[in-house]
Ligand binder design. Structure first.
Ligand SMILES: Cc1cc2nc3c(=O)[nH]c(=O)nc-3n(C[C@H](O)[C@H](O)[C@H](O)COP(=O)(O)O)c2cc1C
Length: 241
């Protein structure tokens, strides 16, 4: 599948057309393999400017970005892989939590893993294959650029997260008209001390997540999956209709 980028192109310059937005929302999916083709700084600047159109509480815009490419991204990747291979414990500013056992959240997580590992032909007992895939994630799936998103410790810990969710989704959608794919990656920020050091991010900032970005390799099996969603009827209660 290729993203019909010219189809979305006028989103950037023409009037707002709801159908195109619907198509963009439906087209976006996590991209976990990229072509070895650089993305220009100008394009990344345009996409970041678009993403900053996201709403935020009292327009506080609690987001900041470090964009890494070239030798800097190579350094981060190398150190991520070294740390992961050495079994270094994660030091995320927003720690990940195990999903409650038997919960629907855990079931959905497992369903994603099954879908992905089936596509990649990695068997359940293939510990090496699974670890190699983790290393791919630590390498931002070969993307030519990665955006690290952080916020300010002066704000309450959970306070900016809705705003940051909005900027992240806007970035992922805004990348589509440029023919670019993205993957939001918490695994890209699992070693926050290392990122702080390489990217010179102050101790006053909380690193939230990362997004790999690049031209998708649609021939890769990881990019052939499309995840499902619960039907809205299961998730919603309606009143006064
Ligand atoms: C906050 C957040 C963190 C994520 N972290 C990772 C990650 O570390 N690695 C990864 O492969 N995908 C990651 N994802 C992508 C999700 O797995 C993906 O969005 C979900 O499975 C739905 O699939 P879709 O994006 O293709 O629609 C993350 C998504 C979000 C929103």
């Amino acid at each position: 599948m290729t993203i019909p980028c010219c189809f979305f192109w006028h989103l950037l310059q023409g009037p707002y057309e709801p159908m195109d937005l619907i198509e963009a929302i439906k087209t976006r999916k996590s991209i976990r393999a990229y072509l070895p083709k650089p993305v220009s700084k100008e394009i990344l600047q345009e996409i970041l400017a678009l993403s900053c159109q996201a709403p935020s509480g009292v327009n506080q815009q609690p987001w900041e970005f470090a964009i890494a490419s070239g030798h800097v991204l190579e350094e981060i990747t190398k150190r991520n892989i070294e740390l992961l291979t050495a079994g270094a414990p994660q030091q995320r500013d927003y720690p990940s939590h195990d999903k409650p056992k038997d919960s629907v959240y855990r079931k959905r997580q497992v369903a994603l893993a099954v879908q992905l590992y089936q596509a990649l032909d990695i068997q359940r007992d293939d510990v090496r294959g699974r670890f190699d895939w983790l290393l791919q994630g630590a390498a931002f799936f070969g993307a030519p650029a990665a955006v690290i998103i952080y916020t300010d410790k002066a704000l309450p810990e959970a306070g900016p997260l809705i705003d940051i969710g909005a900027v992240v989704q806007t970035l992922c959608l805004g990348a589509l008209p440029y023919g670019l794919g993205t993957c939001i990656q918490n695994q890209g920020v699992q070693y926050s001390d290392m990122l702080r050091q390489v990217l010179n991010i102050s101790e006053n900032k909380r690193i939230v997540t990362s997004i790999s970005i690049g031209y998708p390799d649609f021939s890769h099996p990881a990019n052939q999956i499309k995840t499902g969603r619960e039907p809205v009827e299961k998730l919603s209660s309606w009143y006064g209709f």
